[in-house]
Design a protein around this ligand. Structure first.
Ligand SMILES: *Cc1c(COP(=O)(O)O)cnc(C)c1O
Length: 402
C-alpha cells in the first residue's frame, strides 16, 4: 500500500477526530522518523512531549523487553516488585510523599480532581457536593467529559454536555482574580504552570509563588498539571521549580512512559493522598509491572543523561536561532527550555507552515491555530536544532513570497 492508500483507508475505518499531516510513519530512532517511502524527518514535536527521550531509546527498549519477558500485567489485586521502586523515585523527584499510578494523562487529572474534592469534604469541612476547583481559561487537561466541561475551547465542548459542575475559571496566572474567586468551598486550584496546548503561554515570573501564598492563606490545595511541562521539558525537572514553590499535588504523564507506553500518575502530599482508601478509585492497568519498569527507567535516564541541563542549554540554542529569523510572519516567540512556541501572523494558518515544514523533512504541529510548537526530544544535538530551524526559516520564506 502506498501513502495515499493508507490515508484513504484510515479515513474509512478510523474516526476523524484528528487532522494528521499526510505522512505515514513506520520507523523511528532518536530524533529521526522515517515514512513508508523511506523519507527521513526530524521530529521537532516529540508526540506532544511524550517522546522526550527520542524514539526507541536503547535503555527504554532494553528495560521494556527485559520486563516483557518477566512480568507485565497482574492488576493491583496483587503487589508487583516493580511498582514500589518506581513510585519511590517519582515521589523523590517531585518532593512529595505518595503517588497513584494511572495510564493516560486525563485519568491522572481525574485522580487529582477526585482527591481534591474528597480532601475538601473530609479535611476542610466543605458541605457535601459544594466543592469548587479553580482552573484557568485556555487550559488543557485532557478529554474526559468532566475535564472538557471546564475547558474554554468551544469545539471541545459543543454537544458533549451536560457537564460536571464545580469548576470556576479565572484568567491564566491572574492572581488578583484568584483571590476574588476563592470561597469557603474552594478545595483546590488546578493549573498548568506553563500552558501548552493553548499555544505555550507563560505567566509573569512570580505568579506561582503568589499562588502558593494565596492557597496557604485560604487552606486551598495547589495542584499543578505538569503532564507536558514536567520531566525536563522546560530545563528543570518540573516547571514549578523555576520558582521556589512546592505544590501539594503534581500530575505527570506523557514522557513518563518513555515514549513507548501510557504511564501517568498523581503525586501528592500524604495528607491529600490518604483520602484514598481501598476500592474507591483505581485502574486495571495503572501501575502494572511493565509500565512501572519503563517509568523508572525514564526517570533514571533523565538524570544519567543530564537531560534537564540539556533542555536548558539547548533551549537557549533553539530560542536564539528562532530570534535570528527575520520574517514578517513571526509575531512572537516564547517558551522555556526545549519548549518554544512561535506565533505566526494570522493570514498564514500555522497548519500550512507545518505542511511546508513536512515537505522539507521536519515534523511538528501547530498548537492552537496560530502557534508553531518546537518541542524536540531532549536528546537532540545542537546541529540538528540548527538544521531544523533553517528549514523553518526557508518554509516561512516560501510562504511569505506568495
Ligand atoms: C496532554 C495533556 C493532558 C492529557 O494527557 P492524555 O495522555 O492525552 O490524556 C493533560 N494535561 C496536559 C497539560 C497535557 O498536555
Amino acid at each position: 500500500m502506498d501513502t495515499n492508500a493508507f490515508i484513504e483507508l484510515e479515513k474509512k475505518v478510523g474516526a476523524h477526530n484528528y487532522a494528521p499531516l499526510p505522512v505515514v510513519l513506520e520507523r523511528g530512532k532518536g530524533v529521526w522518523l522515517w515514512d513508508i517511502e523511506g523519507k527521513k524527518y526530524l521530529d521537532l514535536m516529540s508526540a506532544y512531549s511524550a517522546v522526550s527521550f527520542g524514539h526507541c531509546h536503547p535503555r527504554i527498549v532494553a528495560a521494556m523487553t527485559g520486563q516483557i519477558n518477566a512480568l507485565c500485567v497482574t492488576s493491583r489485586a496483587f503487589h508487583n516488585n516493580r511498582l514500589m521502586p518506581f513510585l519511590e523515585k517519582l515521589c523523590h523527584v517531585a518532593h512529595l510523599d505518595m503517588a497513584l499510578p494511572m495510564n493516560s494523562g486525563a485519568e491522572a487529572v481525574e485522580t487529582a480532581i477526585k482527591a481534591a474534592r474528597k480532601w475538601g469534604y473530609e479535611k476542610k469541612g466543605i458541605p457535601d457536593n459544594k466543592a469548587e476547583i479553580i482552573v484557568a481559561e485556555q487550559n488543557f487537561h485532557g478529554r474526559t467529559t468532566t475535564i472538557t466541561g471546564f475547558s474554554s475551547e468551544p469545539s471541545y465542548k459543543k454537544h458533549f454536555g451536560p457537564f460536571t459542575p464545580g469548576f470556576v475559571k479565572i484568567p491564566f496566572a491572574d492572581m488578583t482574580a484568584l483571590k476574588k474567586a476563592i470561597t469557603a468551598n474552594t478545595c483546590a486550584v488546578l493549573f498548568e504552570p506553563i500552558q501548552g496546548e493553548s499555544g505555550i503561554h507563560l505567566g509573569q515570573q512570580g505568579w506561582l509563588t503568589e499562588c502558593r501564598k494565596i492557597c496557604d492563606e485560604n487552606n486551598v490545595l495547589m495542584i499543578l498539571d505538569e503532564i507536558q511541562s514536567g520531566l525536563g521539558r522546560t530545563g528543570k525537572m518540573f516547571a514549578f521549580e523555576h520558582e521556589a514553590v512546592q505544590p501539594d499535588g503534581v500530575i505527570v504523564g506523557k514522557a513518563l512512559g518513555g515514549g513507548v507506553l501510557a504511564v501517568s500518575a498523581f503525586v501528592a502530599k500524604r495528607s491529600v493522598m490518604d483520602v484514598y482508601t481501598p476500592g474507591i478509585h483505581g485502574s486495571t492497568f495503572g501501575g502494572n509491572a511493565l509500565a512501572a519498569r519503563v517509568g523508572l527507567e525514564a526517570l533514571n535516564i533523565l538524570e544519567d543523561e543530564h537531560l534537564l541541563e540539556r533542555s536548558r542549554d539547548l533551549g537557549e540554542v533553539l530560542m536564539t536561532a528562532l530570534k535570528k529569523i527575520k520574517s514578517p510572519l513571526i509575531h512572537d516567540i516564547r517558551g522555556k527550555g526545549l519548549w518554544v512556541g512561535v506565533e505566526i501572523a494570522a493570514k498564514v494558518p500555522a497548519s500550512k507552515v507545518c505542511y511546508e515544514l513536512m515537505k522539507k523533512g521536519v515534523l511538528t504541529k501547530e498548537a492552537h491555530d496560530t502557534v508553531i510548537r518546537f518541542a524536540p526530544p531532549l536528546i537532540i544535538e545542537k546541529a540538528d536544532i540548527l538544521w531544523g530551524i533553517e528549514q523553518f526559516e526557508a518554509a516561512l520564506a516560501a510562504l511569505s513570497s506568495h
